[in-house]
Design a protein around this ligand. Structure first.
Ligand code: ADP
Ligand code: MG
Length: 362
């Protein structure tokens, strides 16, 4: 799928913008603080209704305005779909992104904060994995939300100071539900890791030149355990749980092992390896998402080439040149990208830098 056009009003530093990108690689260049990342953010918002940046909807309208609107047209095969979204106040006064989504629209964003997926704590890896699982299994995020709600209620109960017998009576029904939702979350995560593992084992060495990569889902709960067993594990930790006031068994405690040439990249990777691994993990999402949805996702790569060796940059470019519609921001004015449209963002305007496709750079 690809975006045919997008129209913005009062979004971030864009007063109004009409932009018709190429269906292939779009290199988005320009000096700092001109709106490159804002443009990618707008594309994500149009596609999936949320930003990849931390922050709230209230940050999105241009300063001093009461709301932003985004309109655009998506295309897959001969089907087109017009989209409209508005960032504004709901009736209760809270800010929200309003508008209907599109079942086959998918965006895969990447920014250097994603290095946290490799170098950061388990939470960052769980979030990454859940985001990916949500793209290929529509049931994943609603199921995860239910699990989290149960977890919060169960933790509340553990902190309530009830005596042992009363706690037992109150908590057992929650345990059953936790186990049932938790096993579904675990199952989808394990399948998601298996998909990613196969892709990234191929991708990382293709980008880096070498490196045997292994991903593995790390859980205190064995693969394929029953709900009864899950409940037993909860029961076995009950004393600890009461003492610490939190649930100590379940997928909210899990992690993903990322190993290269037998070394744990989470702690022993060099910064450069961790960065490239983070990018490879994002690019590894593309194939499985395409197979699950039936069309290619749109790649939003924010400054993905910075701090990579020139050779690796070339490998990344060659890879994304064949990955459907891609947006790649960069401060560089020259890149060895042959088949690409070039755009320059300056002061909230987007200009076609080199109108002829295939003109080549370098
Ligand atoms: N809600 C907003 N309204 C107006 N300007 C904004 C808003 N949010 C951010 N900006 C401005 O957008 C610019 C940053 O754009 P960004 O896309 O991050 O730049 P870059 O081209 O470096 O990626 C900054 O000048 C910032 O002040
Ligand atoms: Mg930026």
């Amino acid at each position: 799928m690809h975006i045919q056009w997008i129209h913005l009003s009062d979004f971030r530093n864009f007063r109004t913008l009409s932009y018709s990108p190429a269906a292939a690689l779009n290199v988005v260049t320009g000096p700092n603080a001109q709106g490159k990342t804002n443009l990618l953010e707008a594309l994500a918002l149009l596609l999936v209704g949320r930003s990849f940046r931390a922050g709230k909807p209230v940050d999105l309208p241009r300063w001093g305005t009461e709301g932003a609107t985004l309109a655009g047209q998506l295309c897959r095969g001969d089907v087109t779909r017009e989209m409209r979204r508005r960032v504004g106040r709901r009736q209760d006064g809270g800010w929200a992104v309003l508008g209907e989504g599109c079942a086959w629209a998918r965006a895969i964003p990447f920014s250097w904060q994603d290095v946290g997926v490799v170098a950061g704590g388990p939470q960052a890896r769980r979030n990454f994995l859940d985001g990916f699982a949500g793209k290929i299994f529509p049931a994943h995020l609603p199921g995860l939300a239910r699990y989290r709600k149960l977890l919060a209620r169960r933790n509340h109960l553990l902190q309530s100071g009830l005596d042992q017998a009363a706690l037992q009576a109150r908590i057992e029904p929650w345990d059953q539900q936790m186990a049932s939702e938790g096993l579904d979350v675990l199952d989808r995560r394990r399948r998601a890791v298996a998909e990613l593992a196969a892709e990234v084992a191929r991708l990382y060495p293709a980008l880096a030149g070498s490196g045997a990569v292994r991903l593995e889902y790390e859980s205190s709960l064995d693969a394929g355990i029953s709900a009864e067993r899950f409940v037993e594990e909860l029961r076995a930790r009950r004393q600890d749980e009461v003492r610490r006031g939190q649930t100590l068994v379940g997928p909210h405690r899990d992690d993903v092992l990322i190993e290269m040439d037998g070394r744990d990249m989470r702690s022993f990777g060099s910064r450069g390896q961790q960065r490239l691994m983070a990018l490879a993990l994002r690019l590894a999402e593309v194939g499985p998402v395409e197979r699950a949805v039936g069309s290619q996702p749109v790649l939003l790569l924010d400054d993905a080439l910075s701090e990579l060796d020139p050779e690796v940059q070339g490998n990344v470019l060659r890879h994304v040149e064949g990955s459907g519609q891609v947006f790649l921001t960069t401060a560089e004015r020259r890149l060895p990208a042959r088949q690409s449209a070039w755009w320059v963002v300056r002061g909230g305007h987007v200009r076609d830098l080199r109108p002829q496709l295939g003109q080549g750079a370098a």
